[in-house]
Design a protein around this ligand. Structure first.
Ligand code: PGA
Length: 308
């Protein structure tokens, strides 16, 4: 019989196995890896056939790894970590000449992150950048995989050991169409703003999370009328007089504020901060630590850029 390493499937199959183990479900793993469910199931089955023993049992909707499955997960993790270390060593040996910096950022920070990537890329032109943009909940799911060097949140999750570098304020401000009667008012009482139809980001969005937390801490309520999964779409709906909203000031300052007005409303803006986050126990490549130094050194410059 062929030795085990010749029988165990491909690295991709091991990645699939690890994603299933991390998420506890084939459905979630297939979403995480952008694969179809049948592809994930077939690859797992092939892996089990190669190893020659069942790797998991399906109990109703629950997936339970067998002892053999757990052992394979452990070895797969070690193999992947060893590849990561090799990649890191190789880029260290090349003295930063080449490599990849992987960033996963929440949608609202897409107005901001490209500005601080610009100069970094000019200084290190052979470094490739992978930039994942998704809402807060989806970016938290990517924390599980550890596949990114850094994450950008303004509301980092509390149940992960993260190293956080704050780099700029992120005020969430009330907005209305320029033509809206409130656009001419000063010191608007919150209950007056709250009577307007309110357009809100989807559940899972960091902006939504911050608004919900702020309202419940102050015992306030809004007249929520529409849920919209995009800052830009919200801005256009507000411009079209469909209602008012609360968005990061960066969506206006860096994304364009034409047809919109930031309002002066009691209890607002909501104060928050942008953070560059990394998993505390993940080894840092030379590329990643160079980027971290760069962000720390340029923090003030970003703040200035954003204040204008
Ligand atoms: P969001 O996150 O883009 O998912 O709304 C923004 C934030 O965390 O403030």
């Amino acid at each position: 019989m062929a030795r085990l390493h010749a029988r165990v499937g491909t690295i991709r199959q091991l990645e699939i196995l690890l994603a299933v183990s991390r998420t506890g479900s084939i459905t979630k793993a297939s979403k995480l890896l952008h694969l179809t469910q049948p592809t994930v199931s077939v690859q797992l089955k092939k892996l089990a056939d190669d190893v020659g023993v069942p790797l998991y049992e399906q109990l109703g909707r629950k997936l339970l790894f067998t002892e053999a499955g757990l052992e394979l997960v452990k070895s797969a993790r070690e193999i992947m970590e060893s590849f990561d270390r090799l990649e890191m060593k190789l880029s260290d040996l090349q003295g930063l000449k080449a490599g990849t910096l992987r960033l996963a950022v929440v949608t609202t920070s897409k107005y901001l992150t490209p500005h601080f990537l610009g100069e970094f890329v000019k200084t290190y032109p052979a470094i490739d950048i992978v930039l994942k943009v998704a809402n807060r909940r989806q970016i938290i799911e990517h924390l599980e995989t550890g596949e990114y060097d850094f994450y950008v949140f303004s509301h980092p999750p509390e149940n992960y050991e993260l190293e956080l570098v704050p780099f700029s304020a992120n005020p969430l401000v009330p907005i209305a169409a320029l033509s809206h009667p409130l656009a001419r008012e000063k010191k608007i009482p919150f209950e007056v703003f709250a009577r307007e139809p309110f357009l809100i980001r989807e559940m899972g969005s960091g902006t939504r999370y911050a608004i919900d937390r702020h309202l419940s801490a102050k015992g306030l309520e809004l007249n929520v009328r529409m849920t919209i999964e995009s800052n830009e779409a919200i801005k256009h709906c507000v411009m079209s007089e469909l209602g008012v909203s609360i968005l990061s000031r960066h969506t206006l300052a860096l994304g364009g504020s034409s047809g919109l007005k930031e309002l002066d409303v009691e209890h607002l803006p909501i104060r928050s901060e942008w953070y560059l986050a990394r998993l505390a126990n993940k080894e840092m490549s030379v590329i990643a630590s160079t980027f971290l130094d760069y962000v720390q050194a340029k923090g003030e410059l970003f703040a200035e850029l954003l204040a204008t």
